[in-house]
Design a binder for this molecule. Structure first.
Ligand SMILES: [Zn+2]
Length: 422
């Protein structure tokens, strides 16, 4: 048992499931002069200012029945839960800064894809690399994310688009977790695009009959995802792939309504998907469907909206309708080259008019719900993993306000400092 004491202010959403609508703002607690007690399994035993047991350390009363193996002075810093980045493509090869410049010159994401850029250009680079090379290349992004306060990350495949290279990417994602200490949950996104030289219908059959069984056999992913959008996979194809994946034991997440409203959000709810992601073009029907859903999280990716020069997703409408909103980076070499959740929070407040409290819930507890981990991750509460971050800032609002600059002092994962120092 160890104690992190002398936390100036501890701010966290409270809950073991997603927070919806106004609860995203209201179910936040802020405790001054707090401590966090962590057991030997890295789980929070107690947190707050009035702990269960009592002991005197430096003339301050702290809990103790058993004695702490270690006490860590948090020097009055502010503690928040570690971010749960629930939508990333953070394991890849190469870079696409040329496309970034082409977009700045006015070309659209779709035009660039039609010119041979986009997802397919990353596929070529991934296919020419070994799994270990991919892991070695990608680890720096994940290490950056950890140093910027992300303690749990979802990583998708989708730059292999063949059984062999999708498995190589998912193995690389696991390896990156081992190399960096980031906790990574994996999603198979074979249905990211149709690879060169294959017909759409032929590839859908390959996904269902070849890739999916191999992914399941190797236990390579917990989730399956489909890029359900105009120019990618249709509603019918998406439904077929997802139902097959569910039958094989995978959980579902969906890319939905990013480039056009195709009814992706409604389909996500119908399928019991854990999330519907992007939602830049969602309609009132899609919002109503998500508001009725007990499971599907509306995951918004504001850095992508910024990079593809699109209006942001309608976060206020979603929250006011009673949806559970998460935010994530969408870290990928094409449309969102950033592993910085703090930037996603800043854009949520500036561009989507979310309050800092809503953005915090979206980046932590609701992100955890989007990967089916709300019971164990995403808030600083007894019984959850001790994943939290200490910041040298005076208040929660300072986090989005200090744009693009990190004030992280130390990152704690499973009770241990894994980045920075105190
Ligand atoms: Zn994505």
């Amino acid at each position: 048992m160890k104690i992190y004491r002398n936390i100036g202010t501890l701010v966290t959403p409270v809950g073991k499931s997603a927070l919806r609508g106004e609860a995203m703002r209201k179910n936040i607690v802020s405790v001054k002069n707090a401590s966090i007690v962590v057991n030997d399994a890295g789980i929070i035993d107690d947190a707050g200012s009035n702990l269960k047991f009592a002991v005197k350390i430096d003339d301050v009363v702290y809990p103790n029945a058993k004695g702490y193996a270690e006490e860590i002075d948090c020097k009055g810093l502010l503690a928040l839960p570690g971010f749960v980045d629930s939508h990333t493509h953070a394991v890849f090869m190469g870079e696409r800064s040329n496309e970034f410049c082409m977009r700045a010159e006015g070309r659209s994401y779709q035009e660039i894809a039609a010119m041979g850029g986009g997802i397919r250009s990353s596929v070529e680079k991934v296919r020419n690399a070994t799994s270990e090379e991919i892991a070695q290349y990608s680890q720096k992004f994940v290490r950056n994310a950890l140093s910027l306060g992300t303690t749990t990350m979802e990583v998708k495949s989708g730059y292999g688009l063949s059984t062999e290279s999708e498995l190589a990417l998912l193995a690389a994602a696991k390896r990156v977790g081992e190399l960096t200490g980031m906790e990574i949950f994996r999603t198979w996104l074979g249905a990211h695009a149709v690879p060169k030289g294959k017909k759409q219908s032929e590839y859908v059959e390959e996904l269902i009959n070849e890739q999916l069984p191999a992914i399941v056999k190797e236990h390579a992913a917990e989730f399956a995802d489909v890029f359900c959008d105009e120019g990618y996979f249709t509603l019918e194809e998406t439904e077929r792939i997802c139902i097959a994946a569910q039958k094989a034991g995978l959980k579902i997440k969906l890319h939905a309504d990013e480039l056009a409203d195709t009814g992706g959000a409604e389909l996500a709810v119908k399928l019991g998907s854990y999330s519907a992601d992007h939602l830049l073009k969602i309609t009132s029907d899609g919002i109503a469907a998500l508001a009725r859903s007990e499971r599907t999280i509306a995951t918004l990716l504001p850095i992508t909206a910024l990079c593809i020069r699109s209006p942001y997703a309608p976060a206020r409408k979603l929250i006011e309708a009673g949806c559970a909103v998460a935010i994530a980076t969408d870290c990928n070499p094409g449309s969102s080259m950033s592993e910085n959740m703090q930037l996603a929070i800043s854009l949520s407040v500036i561009g989507m008019q979310m309050s800092p409290e809503e953005a915090l819930t979206a980046a932590t507890l609701n992100g955890a719900a989007a990967i089916d981990r709300a019971a164990t991750h995403g808030s600083i509460q007894q019984g959850k993993f001790a994943d939290f971050v200490l910041y040298d800032i005076p208040s929660l609002s300072y986090l989005p306000y200090h744009i693009g600059v990190s004030d992280v002092a130390a990152v704690v994962k499973n009770g241990n400092i894994v980045s920075g120092s105190l």
